[in-house]
Design a protein around this ligand. Structure first.
Ligand code: ARG
Length: 365
């Protein structure tokens, strides 16, 4: 009657629209690699602890490896009726290797499983984001070093105040980005603990070995309270908060680049690759990239507020509301990565119009 692992006590099938409405597979499929990575470690631990047979674990691990290959080859069929990535993979495992596949879920719940997957996913993304931040710092530093003698007007209230070095201005952003990197590295500290073992909320009576799984998955340790383990999304919130501050910095730099590349300032020229033209006004070269990054800052703030509002007043422990944590988180990851990547290149290639800056600095006095 139903392909759902939890359908035992149900006598009616799920309404089709309810099924679609409650499913997360359309977006949580991006965590497939982490779901499989976590399951492999879990299966090996179950065998080490004598909870399942070693041969059973081998069959499970082999099956999961084959599923990973299917997904990466694009031949895996994701099904909405199987709700989420966890049940899609579990159902396929049972389809491939038989009922022994069901043993994988011993001493585990989707509640601690999803908490694990999100942590593993974000840990990898954070590593990439830290690389992009480093690259952007490099571009800012190179602009400073390559233009050491360039004098520009320094502003307060956007009024010409005192002459400064262009390098000085670039290095102000370098400091901001350096703090952003520090905040991202800090997120990693509290993120990098294993929640698996919390079960649905109250742990498990099976003699599991959480420390072994934690080491196997590269975690620094294990979470300490099972209720907290399945309901904590602080790490996602911290990431979205750090991302909001980072985007605020990029939006400030964007604003300056937009002003500076206008005909009235003409302090810098953004290379053609980062601009577009106008069919009706051929004199124009629009700074699309900084404008878009300035605009995208809004959605990153919005994602932080979504997540804060989502978690507000949720009783312990897991609640289905929390399925809504993924889209704001994923969107923040994509937006921050894209913005940093494009900024690192755009800053590196930006041409400085030193003479215009010097003339502007001298204007008035
Ligand atoms: N798809 C769910 C989520 O993203 C997984 C956990 C579901 N757990 C449950 N008991 N329904 O949060």
């Amino acid at each position: 009657m139903s392909d759902k692992p939890w359908a035992g006590r149900f006598t009616q099938p799920t309404d089709k629209f309810v099924e679609e409405f409650t499913a997360s597979i359309d977006f949580d499929q991006r965590m497939y690699r982490y779901d499989i990575q976590g399951s492999i470690a879990h299966a090996r631990m179950l065998a080490r602890q004598g909870i399942i047979e070693t041969a059973e674990a081998d069959t499970i691990v082999e099956g999961l490896g084959a599923i990973l290959a299917e997904i990466e080859a694009g031949s895996f069929e994701f099904s909405v009726s199987l709700e989420d990535i966890h049940m899609n993979i579990e159902a396929r495992l049972i389809e491939r290797i038989g009922t022994v596949g069901g043993k994988l879920h011993t001493a585990r719940s989707r509640n601690d499983q999803v908490a694990l997957d999100v942590r593993l996913y974000l840990r990898d993304e954070l590593a990439e984001i830290l690389e992009y931040l480093d690259k952007l710092q490099g571009s800012l530093l190179a602009q400073a070093e390559g233009n050491l003698a360039v004098i520009m007007p320094g502003y307060t209230h956007l009024q010409t105040a005192q002459p400064i070095l262009f390098a000085h201005h670039m290095l102000a952003y370098y400091e901001m980005v350096k703090r952003d990197a520090g905040r991202m590295a800090d997120v990693l500290k509290r993120l990098n603990v294993l929640p698996l073992g919390a079960g649905a909320l109250a742990g498990t009576t099976f003699p599991i070995d959480r420390e072994w799984v934690a080491a196997e998955l590269g975690f620094d340790g294990v979470t300490r309270n099972s209720l907290d383990s399945v309901s904590d999304r602080d790490f996602a919130l911290e990431f979205c908060a750090a991302s909001s501050i980072l985007m605020m910095h990029l939006s400030r730099l964007s604003e300056e680049l937009i002003l500076w590349s206008s005909a009235d300032f003409a302090f810098v020229e953004l290379t053609d690759a980062f601009c577009t033209g106008s069919s009706i006004m051929p004199q124009k070269k629009n700074p699309d990239v900084p404008e878009l990054v300035r605009g995208k800052t809004g959605r990153v703030y919005g994602n932080l507020i979504s997540l804060l509002t989502l978690m507000k007043a949720l009783p312990l422990a897991y609640n289905k509301d929390m399925q809504e944590d993924k889209e704001p988180l994923f969107d923040t990851v994509d937006t921050v990565k894209g913005s940093l990547k494009i900024f690192a290149d755009m800053i590196a290639e930006m041409k400085v119009q030193a003479e215009n800056m010097r003339v502007a600095a001298a204007r008035g006095f």
